[in-house]
Design a protein around this ligand. Structure first.
Ligand code: UN1
Length: 514
């Protein structure tokens, strides 16, 4: 039924050699320990093996990293923004040079197919370009004053140390969204990557340190700490961390948000999504199916923007589902490093168990499950699956959960009101889409009575956003906005300045005093 591209997965020795080559190429100096040496394990979902271990930061080292970033901030904030931009420009060049090296590490650690891994590095290059331009455009406003001889204006100033916590599924791009913008804004960064992707983080840090050396910026503008919860908690609780930007689960955000707020720090949260696409009778179905298949099965369903719910008009539901199922049958599943593979592995066994559990629950709630089987790749420790389509009889509990796997629930509707209500009926609010050539339907979906998500697309899927827009979502997604547009404002503090250049002292609101 499904084509498996590779009959034999690469051996761990072959993968180790590729990791060593990529790390050497980017100039990373790191002690790669034996798989059982202790520390943070660097494993690969390609065959499920541990490849190396890397040193885990102690709590003291995490504190020291924050101290170094705080120290570097005192000078960095006074460096002119366009000069700060030159550092990010250099980083962007290095990323262009090492695009393939970094993409190889992303594929080995996160299991992304090569084309998507290259795309993720391209996203880093794009955000660097954006940030360099931004470094000359950190504009404040001049506001009309109600008093004669007065000028009212806004100035934007660097915020401080930005703590960045990232997830396994975009191990490099999400760091770069935060870091490129934070650096041009005059902030310094301490990064705690996912424990599942320590090697890509080491490579990114090495490239940034090279960029710092090349342009003469202090290396302390960016620090990397590796480890689990204890290390991450230092960023959450340390008052020197002015902004905590955290990407991960709703559970994590629920804990982190109030803790940072308790000390009056700022948070930027990118949490779960449960993204839907509406397909109306006015859709171009060929285009819709292509968009749906990429968004639902791409990255093996492990993007926060992955399409998880299809809301399709009942008159076309059978047709749309059969087109998706036949497209799914042709998706090559297997080694993400191999040419032609479109669906790589799930990140680990727990992800697979969660997928099995969700499909069982869907079945128990009346769903008809198509696909979603484990694919035998000849290695027990690796978890490859065919993407699943599940026709649901209506709303149910499982449909409201985000399961980080390629499961597409199909619901039907009869009126656009009903479809929009279904789109908005989940607790998460990241991405959404409508497929229609009807202008009225499209505009309603994007209007105030339409999708309640941070991203509402027309005639493209829910995933694969460009960096130029602000990225993020509402409700349990956390409300944060990263990357393009004016997302930079979260990384700076605003001062309102009233300047009196007259010889009088008129009070505002006509108040007389003395
Ligand atoms: C994520 O899954 O955490 O829009 C980020 C997209 C990518 C970013 C996804 N540009 O799918």
């Amino acid at each position: 039924m499904t084509t498996v591209v590779t009959s034999a997965l690469p051996t761990s020795d072959a993968l180790r050699a590729r990791v060593r080559d990529a790390l050497a190429a980017v100039g990373a100096r790191v002690d790669l320990g034996e798989p059982n040496a202790g520390g943070v394990t660097a494993s690969t979902p390609i065959n499920g093996d541990v490849l190396f271990t890397v040193p885990e930061s102690t709590v003291e080292q995490a504190d020291e990293a924050i101290a170094q970033a705080a120290e570097a901030f005192t000078a960095w904030r006074l460096t002119p923004a366009p000069v700060r931009g030159a550092l990010v420009a250099r980083l962007g060049r290095l990323l262009v040079e090492h695009k393939a090296d970094l993409a190889t590490l992303v594929t080995i650690e996160a299991g992304k197919i090569t084309s998507e891994a290259l795309g993720e590095v391209q996203e880093m290059i794009d955000i660097c370009d954006f940030a360099v331009g931004l470094s000359r455009q950190l504009y404040g406003r001049t506001i009309a004053s109600e008093r004669p001889g007065h000028r009212l204006m806004e100035t934007w100033h660097p915020l401080g140390v930005v703590g960045v916590i990232t997830a396994f599924n975009f191990p490099v791009a999400v760091w770069s969204w935060n870091t490129a913008i934070a650096l041009v804004c005059g902030d310094t960064v301490v990064w705690k990557p996912s424990e599942l992707t320590p090697l890509t983080a080491i490579a990114c840090q090495a490239l940034l340190e090279r960029a710092c050396a090349d342009v003469g910026a202090p290396a302390g503008v960016s620090r990397l700490i590796q480890g689990g919860r204890e290390v991450g908690e230092r960023l959450v609780d340390d008052p020197r961390v002015a902004l905590l930007s955290a990407t991960g689960s709703v559970r994590m955000g629920r804990e982190v948000g109030p803790r940072v707020a308790q000390r009056f720090g700022k948070v930027l949260l990118e949490l779960g999504g449960n993204n839907a696409a509406i397909v109306t009778p006015a859709a171009d179905l060929d285009l819709a199916v292509r968009g749906i298949v990429f968004s639902a099965a791409g990255t093996a369903g492990q993007r926060c923007t992955t399409l998880r719910r299809l809301i399709v008009h009942s008159s076309i539901a059978d047709d749309v589902v059969s087109r998706i199922v036949s497209a799914y049958r042709q998706l090559p599943v297997g080694d993400p490093l191999a040419d032609g593979t479109l669906v790589g592995p799930l990140i680990h066994e727990t992800a697979y168990r969660d997928m099995v559990g969700a499909l069982q629950q869907a079945g128990a709630e009346g769903g008809e499950v198509l696909g979603g089987e484990r694919v035998d790749v000849g290695d027990e420790g690796a978890f490859y699956v065919t993407p699943a389509v599940v026709r649901m009889p209506g709303q149910s509990e499982v449909v409201h959960l985000e399961t980080f796997a390629p499961i597409l629930y199909v619901l039907t509707y009869d009126s656009l009101d009903e479809a929009i209500a279904l789109n908005n009926a989940v607790p998460q609010g990241l991405s959404s889409a409508i497929f229609t050539l009807d202008l009225r339907e499209a505009e309603r979906f994007c209007s105030a009575e339409g999708s309640d998500c941070g991203i509402a697309n027309v005639n493209i899927g829910t995933s694969g956003a460009e960096i130029g827009g602000a990225f993020g979502g509402e409700k349990e997604t956390g409300g944060g906005r990263e990357s393009g547009s004016d997302a930079w404002k979260a990384y700076m503090r605003r001062a309102t300045n009233t300047v009196n250049y007259s010889a009088d002292l008129p009070l505002a609101q006509g108040v007389h005093f003395g």
